[in-house]
Ligand binder design. Structure first.
Ligand code: PA5
Length: 442
């Protein structure tokens, strides 16, 4: 496996980790073997199953078809349905040469965002990829309706050829719709939930259309699977990471921030946040996941990390793009006080701020763990996706929560349904909710 985990700046020493593993051994062992939680959720554990040679070939074929006919593919999805693909596509942005760019929709109810997507349908040659495990969520559902209508108006009866549904079989699900309207269909595997779906058709298809090398991504993930499912717990980086983050929680570090130094990794950090938050956020004993983009956030939350309350642990992604041809030019007569940098590779600066942030923060008692990637290629990304999904499954299992449900999310959905079903007077712009001031008025 081409990624490493290093905790030497975390304040957790090897003995602590070993004790933590030993206290959780039987759960971790069972989870490592894939014996915890119903197998109906565990399709992602085997990369060969989720991203089989057959699935990869089908995805490739469908992607080539899209690339021949569209300059933009609008991906409609939310949560686990779109964040994995977003992460990989943005991380590989610099080298993608596909004729088809990806546009994201269906993860907001902002009319202005929908208008942007509708404008793209009007101006460009477009296909839609609508993704839903359970086609009941309002955000993607209503966006699909609006965009489908625009497609019908533009392309007439041929519009269905330009819709690829990634969904489930069953009543009222996308398969039904795809059948009824003769659109194209990719299966959202039944035994994989949204946030564990990046290595299935769900994530791989948009990646392939964008030009990501999905075969290398799957190969990297498979390498990680072999290592993480066979290494003994004591030497297993996913188990050590899962245990350490919970030991840090017990020491008062209830927040974990994923730190990255390439802005292109922001969507990856958002994928990671969603994975851990929706998987573990069902008990007060779960770590709260967030992310910071350094250097930028060193000039914002960095102050709090350095001198604020000791509740934030940092997990650094040592992962950099490489621009060896970019050297610092002499300033040509302007005394800007940066002459000591003349002639250096620009990349040295980003590596220096990485080391400086860890040095400054860990010196003040902030636990800093590192995940090290030699490069940001597809193979490393595949390994990293697998590493985090596997460690999240281990970590959630030790907390005793079901990693694969998200019942809490239903509450806002129910509240929104009842608001939207109530008859609202046209002039009421409050959305039906009384403000505290309104409530207090006689
Ligand atoms: O990770 C998850 O399971 C969720 O975030 C879902 O992906 C999200 O709620 C979207 O669900 P669906 O694909 O059913 O619309």
């Amino acid at each position: 496996m081409n990624i490493e985990f290093d905790s030497k700046f975390s304040g957790i020493d090897r003995e602590d980790t070993l004790r933590g593993i030993s206290a959780r051994r039987s759960i971790l062992e069972r989870a490592r073997r894939g014996e915890i939680w119903n197998e109906k959720w565990l399709g992602w554990l085997s990369v060969r199953e989720a991203a089989s040679a057959r699935a990869l070939a089908a995805v490739r074929g469908e992607a080539a078809r899209v690339q021949q006919r569209a300059s933009a593919m609008i991906v409609i999805g939310i949560g686990g349905s779109n964040r994995g693909a977003m992460a990989a596509i943005q991380a590989q942005r610099g080298k993608l040469t596909s004729p088809t760019r990806i546009v994201w929709a269906g993860d907001t109810l902002s009319g202005s965002s929908l208008r942007d997507a509708l404008d793209i349908v009007e101006r460009e040659s477009v296909v839609l990829n609508v993704i839903a495990k359970d086609f009941k969520t309002l955000e993607p559902g209503i966006s699909f309706r609006m965009l489908r209508k625009a497609l019908m108006e533009k392309y007439g009866a041929d519009y269905a050829e330009r819709v690829i549904a990634t969904g489930s079989y069953g009543d009222g699900q996308l398969f039904d719709l795809a059948q009824a309207h003769a659109s194209r269909f990719l299966e959202f595997p039944e035994n994989i939930g949204g946030r564990f779906s990046v290595l299935s058709n769900v994530g791989l298809f948009p990646m392939a259309v964008a030009g990501v090398d999905i075969e290398s991504l799957a190969a990297g993930a498979e390498d990680a699977e072999h290592a993480l499912r066979s290494l003994p717990l004591e030497e297993n980086p996913a188990a050590r990471y899962a245990v350490n983050r919970n030991l840090l929680f017990e020491r008062g570090f209830s927040i974990e921030s994923l730190i990255f130094f390439e802005p292109d990794l922001l969507p990856f950090a958002r994928w990671w946040t969603q994975l851990f938050a929706e998987t573990e956020g069902k008990t007060p004993s779960a770590v709260f996941p967030t992310s910071f983009s350094y250097s930028e956030d060193l000039h914002a939350v960095g102050q709090y990390v350095q001198e604020g309350r000791r509740c934030i642990a940092e997990t650094y992604l040592r992962a950099f793009h490489s621009t060896p041809d970019l050297r610092i030019e002499p300033s040509a007569g302007v005394a800007d006080r940066f002459d000591y940098l003349d002639g250096k590779e620009f990349d040295e600066l980003n590596r220096a701020v990485y080391r400086a942030a860890i040095r400054a923060h860990s010196a003040d008692g902030v636990p800093c763990q590192e995940i090290v990637l030699p490069e940001i290629r597809e193979s490393e990304l595949g390994a990293l996706f697998y590493f985090f999904m596997f460690s999240c499954y281990l970590s959630a299992s030790t907390l005793g929560v079901n990693p694969f449900t998200q019942d809490g999310v239903e509450n806002y959905k129910r509240a929104m349904q009842s608001l939207l079903r109530e008859a609202q007077p046209a002039s009421d712009s409050s959305g039906g909710a009384a403000s505290p001031q309104q409530k207090a008025r006689p």
